[in-house]
Design a protein around this ligand. Structure first.
Ligand code: UT7
Length: 362
């Protein structure tokens, strides 16, 4: 038996219906559409409201359901589900257990992986390792966050950045030269001061005081995080490109974590890749933390071609970061006609759906 590779064979996704635009944001905190567009690049973000559903598992369950419908995979054939999230429904049980139960995946085990905004990158590598071991043939890797559940809507420095959403990929074994080829992943343990949620864990248990002091929300020193993000993502992409003898002309797509459009542009400039080869959806998705990379794949899937060389990169709390190199395994156009509940019962394409949303047609 030859070398086993782990290849993505489908993408599913889901984002909440409610759209919080910059106009509404400027009624919540002292900000403006101009400032947010210029400094972050977010126009609208999806927010999960209680009347629609609750928790990350709600979104991820729908994403996995769509993936199964799209790929026509037998639910009994799924052997594992890895969930990258920083906003699990509960401390325990795991969000993976809920997603598995909700989708009736009775032959799967699963677990959550927490690496903040780098979570999906780590989870893809974990999934690939399971498959390369020869013990697993078909698994699902999910990434997503209910960021609005830990966003402080009294802090204008952070609240315009985040949105809610989840997506997932099917990963399967192949002996062909497709799939996740290489990963460079790091965490330095130096980022706590600059990016954290202080309370709610075992070091600082929830209490009336922690609630009064608003310690159950994201705290971020934006400028410091920004600098580390640009440097570490750029270096990680360069390392992975050099290690795999990739020049900028070989790279069909760079898929960066969607934290700030200026970070994405800076990373693209540093590695010399033209911006039309960089997946960007931050304008309408915002930063969904563990969801950004798979949501990019979900939206760009129709443009992806078998053999495309793709570099993923992400950076987040910890600090944790890295880059992965993948050879894409199928023409995304094969799913073009797939009806999905998300796109209004499949009556319009995702491009049309988003065009309508951008025009304010809710
Ligand atoms: O996903 C995990 C990793 N996270 C990241 O990679 C995020 C990295 N950081 C960033 O994206 C940016 O640093 C932010 C978007 C968070 C902030 O942008 P910035 O350009 O770094 O702004 P700043 O913090 O340097 O603030 C500049 C000014 C300040 O006013 P003064 O002190 O110059 O008078 C802020 O008070 O902008 C002000 N400001 C705002 N003004 C209007 C901060 N937030 C806002 C706002 N609206 N929402």
């Amino acid at each position: 038996m030859g070398k086993i590779n782990a290849v993505i064979t489908g993408v599913g996704g889901w984002v909440p219906t409610y759209i919080l635009d910059n106009e509404e944001m400027s009624t919540i905190v002292d900000t403006s559409d101009e400032w947010i567009m210029e400094r972050i690049g977010v126009k609208t973000r999806h927010i999960l409201k209680p009347e629609e559903g609750a928790g990350t598992s709600f979104m991820m369950t729908k994403a996995v359901k769509q993936l199964l419908e799209k790929t026509q995979a037998d639910p009994d054939s799924i052997e594992a589900v890895i969930v990258a999230t920083t906003t699990p429904d509960y401390h325990f049980p795991s969000t993976a257990s809920l997603v598995i139960g909700n989708n009736g995946l009775k032959n799967a085990y699963g677990y959550d992986l927490e690496a903040a905004c780098a979570g999906f990158l780590y989870a893809m590598e974990q999934g690939a390792c399971l498959i390369r071991s020869g013990l697993y043939k078909r698994i699902i890797v999910c990434g997503g966050d209910h960021m609005s559940s830990m966003t402080n809507y009294q802090d204008r420095n952070t609240c315009p950045i985040f949105g809610d959403g989840a997506a997932c990929v099917m990963m399967e074994a192949t002996e062909e030269e497709y799939g996740l080829m290489d990963s460079y992943l790091r965490v330095d343990g130096k980022g706590y001061e600059n990016l954290h949620m202080a309370a709610g864990g075992s070091a600082c248990m929830p209490s009336h005081e922690t609630v009064d002091q608003r310690l159950h929300f994201v705290y971020q020193e934006g400028r410091t995080v920004f600098k580390h993000a640009v440097t570490n993502m750029s270096n990680a992409v360069s390392t992975i490109a050099q290690r795999n003898n990739l020049t900028k002309d070989d790279i069909a797509w760079v898929v960066p974590h969607q934290a700030n459009v200026r970070i994405e542009s800076a990373v693209a400039r540093r590695i010399g890749v033209e911006e039309d080869h960089v997946m960007i959806n931050i304008d309408h998705m915002a930063n969904t933390s563990g969801g950004t990379l798979p949501l990019c794949l979900w939206e760009y899937e129709p443009q992806l071609k078998k053999g495309d060389k793709i570099i993923f990169t992400a950076f987040g709390a910890g600090f944790s970061w890295g880059a992965s190199y993948m050879i894409w395994g199928y023409d995304g156009s094969k799913f073009a006609d797939t009806p999905a509940e998300f796109y209004k019962e499949g009556t319009i394409s995702r491009e049309e759906w988003y065009a309508k949303r951008r025009n304010g047609d809710k």
